[in-house]
Write a protein that binds this ligand. Structure first.
Ligand code: GDP
Ligand code: MG
Length: 716
């Protein structure tokens, strides 16, 4: 019986980008979310569900927009959801510290006549800025309930939900539809148009009449299509709209569109004058002053590079301490286990496979955590947006714009979210071009490879060498972008407004949450893909086993050598052991694959072990390290000898020059299976194959160039 009384509610979250919409969404719905796409476009759609009292509530996170015109995909999606799906309530998430600009969207929601709850988010920041806002007054003026919240701390979430429910139940006292006024000229014309529209109910259908009239005056393409274009549209109406527009033009000297938008600002200005007392510290003003330095023509770039350099220094210097501890621990664990466990297939699987593989990757966790923390700091403080802004000028030279720089910066963390972040770009040309260059921004999964190789062959200068590799990636992205935008993508990039949020001091909690989210992905990868890959690699490196007779004959030779006296006999025994190991690996599947692709690797100076690790590296870049770990561990003389030592030993056959070429190869070729899947999802199978072939080809050619030129210069 009780079930009969359950009722359903649909609540949509609207708001400007960065207003804290997603934080509010998370605060309301917790983990019960579903992420998909809006039909027909690659804009993310998030739906969450919750129950409250007698209600089953569905919450939709609309794309972030500044306006409800039909210019961008995001705006079209948000607007058509509100008009067509008719959510019971729209919660407008407002950055309360930036009221003026945010209320522009509020006014448009009011124009649509939807039931809005005004969520004054970032209330904490509003409080520190010293201004005083009369929420009740604002609520009365706009005819909508007002609830202050602090999104990332979930403060006020329950009150917000309750206000929305109350509004849906028509119990909200403040609720009232307020017509927005745009000044006498427009208002008069609007009433006339409204009258005409009311006479055409079949044409107007579900649309709010006054809103349609406004949109017609603004020259909104979608509404014009529906109302005045053939076949269904009305010619007479088109003529009337034209006359109205001309009338406004003569009366005011400006376009109707401009007058209407000014009208909205005037409306906001008026509302704020009544409810907001002078701000003592204007956050935007402070930000503007900081920006005078940070984005200035001459200091902007040096500061930017200083920050990036600082980030890398911190990552490597600070990270080297915990790295040593983990290294020592892994070595100790492998050593202890090799003594404790009886020698068998299983102990080999555990020590060489699991510990050798996962161990060689987990070492880099501290570095990666520091890098992520640094990126989170730059993002949360608002500096990342400035970096994009600075880069805008540069990006134009390769046929992209600053907005593409954000996915590219994210690419330093992980290509997968970076590729997904290209969704914020409007044109598919910009999107695909960005997707193709993002993987050159060296992701954190490649960092372990650089750290290993850099630390092994360029000790002391590792920071500089790794920085160089990153720089090569950036330069390559630029070169490729430039070439592609002159060849395959010849149209012009679409214009857009660059968002510059105010500077904020990041909260420790926010930083930790952001860092942890990303570290968690890394750990999950380690537990999943890398563990499986390590075991599979171990198996491929173990089977097929050498014929029994070969092993027996070697072992008896070793016994004999051991039994005799003297140094040379001992050396002879060790030599035989190493030879047996090498034979064993060469006989295995992995050895055979390595031998098969060796001809392609030799011109690059790579050993077959390196070749194999590149093949397995398609799974994930950390696997390159674990593969080397398994392969070189297998041939190392002592169980506990670290991979680094094994690589440095002359017997490894790796020269510093080849090692550097190897880093370049790893930098440039396809990041990993997950990234390939992301490219396919965002750009289609055709571009996926293109990216695969293109990146691998480029990697080979570049490594070849580095190695051969280096040799000519006598470097290796
Ligand atoms: P969206 O772009 O609208 O989805 O915004 P997000 O939810 O991603 O939030 C943008 C940033 O603002 C994040 O760093 C949040 O942690 C932060 N944030 C969200 N709500 C608040 C708030 O009420 N106060 C403060 N100080 N920061 C917030
Ligand atoms: Mg969001």
């Amino acid at each position: 019986m009780a079930e009969d009384r359950r009722r359903t509610l649909t609540i949509a979250l609207a708001g400007n980008p960065n207003s804290g919409k997603t934080s509010i969404f998370n605060a309301l719905t917790g983990a019960r979310q579903q992420v998909g796409n809006w039909p027909g476009v690659t804009v993310e759609k998030k739906v969450g569900r919750l129950t409250h009292g007698e209600y089953d509530i569905e919450i939709i996170d609309l794309p972030g927009t500044y306006s409800l015109t039909a210019y961008s995909v995001e705006e079209r999606v948000a607007r058509s959801f509100i008009i067509d799906e008719k959510p019971d309530v729209v919660i407008h998430v407002i950055d309360a510290a930036n009221l003026q600009r945010n209320l522009y969207l509020t006014v448009q929601l009011l124009e649509l006549g939807v039931d809005v709850v005004l969520d004054l988010n970032m209330w904490d920041e509003h409080l520190v800025c010293g201004a005083e806002l009369d929420c009740d007054r604002l609520s009365t003026l706009f005819g909508a309930p007002v609830v202050p919240t602090v999104g990332h701390r979930a403060e006020g979430a329950t009150e917000l939900l309750e206000a929305a429910i109350k509004l849906a139940e028509n119990r909200a006292e403040a609720h009232r539809h307020v017509p927005v006024s745009y000044g006498p000229h427009v208002d008069d014309v609007l009433s006339e148009l409204e009258g005409e529209l009311l006479r055409r109910p079949e044409l107007v259908g579900d649309y709010p009449v006054r809103w349609v009239a406004t949109k017609l005056l603004e020259g909104d393409f979608e509404i014009e299509q529906v109302m005045t274009a053939p076949p269904a549209g009305d010619d007479e109406l088109a003529v009337l709209v034209d006359r109205c527009k001309r009338h406004i033009r003569t009366a005011t000297g400006s376009d109707a569109e401009k007058i209407i938008s000014e009208g909205r600002y005037g409306y906001i200005e008026g509302a704020l004058r009544e409810s907001l007392t002078e701000q003592k510290v204007d956050r935007m003003e402070v930000s503007r002053q900081i920006d005078n330095v940070f984005t200035s023509r001459y200091l902007g770039y040096p500061i930017f590079f200083l920050f990036v350099w600082l980030l890398f220094e911190l990552t490597f210097r600070l990270g080297s301490y915990p790295m040593d501890w983990i290294d020592a621990f892994v070595g100790w664990l492998a050593g202890t286990l090799s003594v404790v466990l009886p020698e068998s297939m299983l102990s080999s699987l555990i020590i060489d496979g699991v510990i050798g593989g996962v161990g060689s990757v987990i070492i880099f966790l501290p570095n990666i955590a520091i890098l992520f923390l640094g990126i989170a700091f730059l993002e949360d403080s608002g500096y990342m947006a400035r970096a994009a802004f600075l880069m805008d000028r540069v990006m134009h030279s390769l046929g992209l714009h600053g907005k593409s720089f954000i996915p590219m910066l994210m690419g330093f963390g992980c290509s997968v979210p970076a590729i997904m972040a290209t969704r914020t770009l409007e044109s598919s040309r910009d999107r695909i071009l960005t997707i193709l260059v993002v993987p050159f921004m060296s992701c954190s999964a490649r960092l372990p490879v650089y750290l290993l190789i850099g630390g092994t062959f360029f000790a002391g200068r590792a920071g500089v060498v790794v920085f160089t590799v990153y720089l090569v990636g950036i330069l390559m992205a630029f070169a490729v972008g430039r070439v592609l935008s002159k060849t395959l993508f010849r149209s012009v990039p679409s214009p857009f407004v660059m968002e510059l949020p105010p500077y904020r001091l990041p909260t420790p909690r926010g930083l930790l949450v952001h860092t942890w989210e990303r570290v968690r992905v890394y750990l999950k990868k380690m537990g999943g893909v890398i563990l499986v890959a390590s075991v599979v690699l171990w198996a491929l490196g173990t089977f097929p086993t050498l014929p029994r007779e070969t092993i027996d004959s070697y072992e008896s030779d070793i016994e004999t050598a051991r039994a005799s006296d003297g140094r040379s006999a001992e050396e002879r025994a060790e030599e035989l052991e190493t030879e047996l190991e090498r034979l064993r690996v060469e006989h295995s599947f992995i050895g055979r694959t390595g031998k098969a692709i060796e001809p392609a690797m030799r011109p690059l100076g790579f050993t077959w072990e390196m070749g194999v690790s590149l093949v397995t590296g398609f799974v994930a870049k950390e696997v390159v390290v674990s593969t080397l770990g398994v392969l070189y561990h297998a041939s190392a003389e002592e169980e506990t000898e670290t991979l680094s030592k094994a690589l440095r030993a002359p017997s490894s056959g790796v020269t510093p020059l080849a090692a550097f070429a190897f880093m370049i190869f790893v930098l440039l070729y396809t990041p990993c299976i997950a990234a390939v899947a992301a490219i396919r999802r965002e750009a289609g199978a055709g571009w996926m194959y293109f990216a695969l072939a293109f990146q691998t080809g480029l990697a080979w050619l570049s490594a070849f160039g580095v190695y051969q030129v280096g040799r000519l210069l006598g470097l290796g």
